[in-house]
Design a protein around this ligand. Structure first.
Ligand code: ADP
Ligand code: MG
Length: 263
């Protein structure tokens, strides 16, 4: 845990004031799909309290591609996990369409995750004893109106490798299968926690291109966590987080492709 967090230090970048951030986080004119208001998260570990999030306000709009940037320990995963119903805030409210996720029972949160949220993590989390196709089918079997598992694999250009086991696939290929699994349920939001963190440069770009293409074709709200500032160019909006606070929100006039950026 970082000392800045324990001291409660907050870094505000550039000219952004609290009021300006408030405006940027609640966008007028379009109904948000997600609305986080005053979300705080405190982890208690014995005597110590860790303020992972501090009064975060954030809306997510239909079809948005958002990059969430921040140093290690700044609260990125906590924010993502709360959006995805894997964790609950200590204070504040999270709304998904008409639903108040903060008031949901455990069973309701499970249903919310199952029907509406696709997760992609740094380390793929595929089941080693199942083929690519079977890994995807595991999810589509319990989803309401899923894609065909083979079609989901084709979306990430892994249709030819459907009968391969994870151990027979490279890291980038495994991550593409994990993305197919996440999008196969036709989620409303795709939450990606450092999806390229374990991949080499070229493979990382390939995976980002897949995420961007799915966002373009399916209009799935996509949130990508990274500490790689170059990836910010791919987004509609870039949210910078530091010591549990949103310190900057930037809107890109144009979205770059992974081919346009380098790091
Ligand atoms: P990031 O993803 O930006 O690296 P996290 O959201 O994982 O940051 O963590 C934010 C802060 O909350 C860190 O100080 C981290 O140690 C702490 N934290 C995260 N999860 C837990 C947990 N389950 N229990 C205690 N502290 C946690
Ligand atoms: Mg994290």
């Amino acid at each position: 845990m970082s000392s800045a967090l324990q001291e409660g230090g907050t870094v505000v970048s550039g000219e952004s004031s609290a009021a300006a951030l408030q405006d940027a986080s609640h966008v007028e004119g379009q109904d948000p799909v997600f609305r986080m208001s005053g979300v705080s998260k405190v982890y208690r570990m014995g005597e110590t309290q860790v303020h992972a999030l501090r009064e975060v306000d954030l809306d997510l709009l239909p079809g948005e591609f958002v990059v969430l940037l921040g140093a290690s320990g700044s609260g990125k995963s906590t924010l993502l996990n709360i959006l995805g119903g894997l964790d609950r805030p200590t204070a504040g409210q999270v709304r998904f369409r008409d639903h108040d996720l903060t008031a949901a029972t455990a069973a309701e949160l499970t249903r919310y995750r199952r029907e509406h949220v696709g997760f992609v993590f740094q380390f793929y989390n595929l089941i080693p004893s199942l083929t690519a196709l079977e890994n995807v089918a595991l999810v589509t079997e319990i989803a309401e109106s899923p894609l065909d598992p083979g079609e989901a694999l084709s979306l990430v250009e892994m249709g030819e490798r459907r009968d391969h086991f994870p151990a027979q696939l490279s890291g980038g290929e495994q991550q593409r299968v994990a993305i197919a699994r996440a999008v196969a349920k036709r989620p409303d939001v795709l939450l990606c926690d450092e999806p390229t963190g374990a991949l080499d440069y070229a493979t990382g770009k390939l995976v980002l291109r897949v995420l961007q293409r799915i966002n373009e074709e399916r209009r799935t709200i996509t949130v990508v966590i990274t500490h790689n500032a170059a990836i910010a160019g791919l987004a509609d909006r870039v949210i910078r987080i530091s010591s549990g606070r949103i310190v900057d929100i930037q809107r890109n006039a144009i979205r770059l492709t992974p081919e346009d950026i380098s790091w």
